[in-house]
Design a protein around this ligand. Sequence first.
Ligand code: ADP
Ligand code: MG
Length: 341
Amino acid sequence: MPAPALEPDAIVAPSPARPDDPIVLSSLTHDYGSRLALDHLSFSVAPAQIFGLLGPNGSGKTTLFRILSTLMVPSGGIATIRGFNVAKEPAQVRQQTGIVFQARSLDIKLTVEENLRHAGHLYGLSGKHLRARIADVLERVALIDRRKDYVETLSGGMQRRVELAKGLIHSPAVLLLDEPTTGLDPGARLDLWQYLRMLRDQEGVTVLVTTHMMEEAEYCDRLAILSEGKLVALGSPDELKSTIGGDVVLFETETEHAAQSLAARMAGRFEVSPTVLGNTVRLERENGHRFLTAVLDAFSGEVRAVSVSRPRLEDVFIQRTGHRFWTEATDGSAKEKEGID
Ligand code: ADP
Ligand code: MG
């Protein structure tokens, strides 16, 4: 007996945008023909924050990224960056915004410096000012000594840092990154996050980063969680986890049918509303260990394995949507190994 998913509107309290919020979405909607990719998203991002957009594949992250980076006009609603409407004032938005795409956008046959020079020209920078800017951004991403090297000779992590430098060349106040750590090894991933924090702390840059990785979402100051184009949760990682009452308790049974049956009887006996996920019964409960013992006493022999844990971000997703973050068809770990979106 799966617990019904809560209506997102009931959970995500609208918080009015402040005048200095650099990114504001108001009922932002996008469809690709009959497919609704973004469904009336409203939220805002405060200055000098690392704001994460977390969602499984297909939840609409790249669609939102494309709209904010002015590559695509939304079908409905409004998005502004530093007060400029992304659909109507794209030139102003681009001046304010640095963009780091998920796919590589560097010319690997050119040197690091040449790539940055081209990027600078596109933003109208040149001469002494551009040279100083290139040195500055390369210093920041610790690649100044590689500036004469061809991009193809750099490691994946270094190439990502060049992408970051390229996104920063025109000193934007807002930086947008689409799944920036895809394909990077864990060390390079941590490195990139360190650079994002430095930009936030030393330059006051507002960073919006999309990710499908829960562990990365934990590094963000604030998160919007998306599911099928809808906003299902908004808050800091700690705030979101604390909305889950107590511990997360899991009972694994032999079959899905056994889990359904156990959940139904547990609900009758203990006045709880468990969720069934495959062959596992899941619920949230204060004093999880005590509850676990009571259940095992009542239904001994039916349970194959048990666990009690503190809530994680995935639990927030399950609570808000009634399903797991990853379905088998969109398993994140498998995709990550292949290094694809
Ligand atoms: P994410 O980046 O979170 O994986 P996307 O924004 O790429 O999600 O996709 C959101 C939804 O829109 C998905 O259902 C996807 O199949 C669909 N979609 C994305 N791009 C296109 C497109 N160019 N044409 C049609 N459908 C698209
Ligand atoms: Mg994407």
